[in-house]
Design a binder for this molecule. Sequence first.
Ligand code: ATP
Length: 459
Amino acid sequence: MRTITMEELMNYAKNYGFVYQGSEIYGGLANTWDYGPLGVLLKQNIKTSWWKKFIQENRLNVGLDSSILLNPKTWEASGHIGGFSDPLIDCKACNTRHRADKLIEDASHGEIIADGWSNEQMVDYMTKHHITCPNCDSEDFTDIRQFNLMFKTSQGVIEDSHSDIYLRPETAQGIFLNFKNIQRSSRLKVPFGIGQVGKSFRNEITPGNFIFRTREFEQLELEFFCKPNTELEWFDYWKNYSFNFLKTLGINSKNIRMRDHKKAQLSHYSNATTDIEYHYAWGFDELWGIASRTDYDLKQHQTFSSQNLMYHDPDDNTKYLPYVIEPSLGVERLFLAILNEAYKDEILDDGETRINLQIAPFLAPYSVAVLPLIKKYHGDKAKEMFDFLSSNFSTTYDERGKIGKRYRRQDAIGTPFVLTVDDDGVRDEAFTLRERDSMEQITLKKDELIPYLNKKLQY
Ligand code: ATP
């Protein structure tokens, strides 16, 4: 067994129908990606698992689906219009664009995190340490300018400054705007959380590393509201909760590390932040940001909207703005980690090789594949079995080619169970069920199949 390179993973993802380059027939649109028949299923299963763990199974949390377009005042209040920017620097020799903080981070092999540094601090560091352009090795850079990452567009028929509107760069603000609505309509008592899954957009300076950093992506966000002074306990709670969730998804804890932000790196509104990093093909990088955001967001929205967002605590008859813990995860970054973790090249006992996508059964794009041993004799019964199983499970059907090759294809896309229909199936409704990792086969009668698979596909 060996680790897969990024290029191999991209080819694999394309060849089997997980991820294609966006707008490919027009020569592509840089750093956009489309999710094919298997990718859309895997993404869906990731989102469903998160929802199950963070909303369904946690009695303190509820869900929301807010708009992508929000009143532009939202972004003034949240600080995104003034401060949601990255330090842009150009190489004068080859005209490539870079993020100054990332140049520093990469040159110091991750030792120095320049998040929150002033432009002067970054320039000083780059000059002193002779940081060069990764493209052409020149040290001749322009000054650093702050580049706002929000996508701006106009709403309605008249284009002027009054019609400016933004694509949301995070789903979180939609949650803050609905804090009062949800608290009242659901009669919630603090502490409680609101979770949301949805698209976000950032005009990244240096997108790349396949689906790791893109301009359009999906987020799984929870805003957890708690009483002031209890926030650091909840911060630890959500850090552990998130770490355990990754383990349930089959991510090896050796490949995860928690990076606590040092005091000087903390955003001005945060009193604790930890990035959960995953060991991607290029090294450890951010998978999940967990931040204790104090009462900053609610306070800002209260000021800018002139609405009272205070919470009246019936337990001790006090009024306060709740503090917030935010675990914020990118679907695509988790997708990439899961594929990286699950992909295995195996040499079997008979010397043959197979790709085995050893993904947790509940995440697999297809839970079960139905294969007739010989299409001519067993095809009708196999189609009947597809209909029977597909109303309960994500099911695929394949009747083309040699049976061994068809097994290999299912292994390669991670299908945990394959049901083969042969003479016994046609005659007695007795079917062979093959398990992906052990390749062991058992025989089950039709009425045993659904309970058996249900048990195996739980997480
Ligand atoms: P980075 O430092 O990598 O730019 P960030 O700290 O700006 O990320 P957050 O604002 O904390 O990211 O966003 C929360 C999560 O959303 C990230 O941990 C990541 O999983 C995801 N995310 C953020 N930006 C992108 C992007 N451009 N492409 C894909 N996922 C993203």
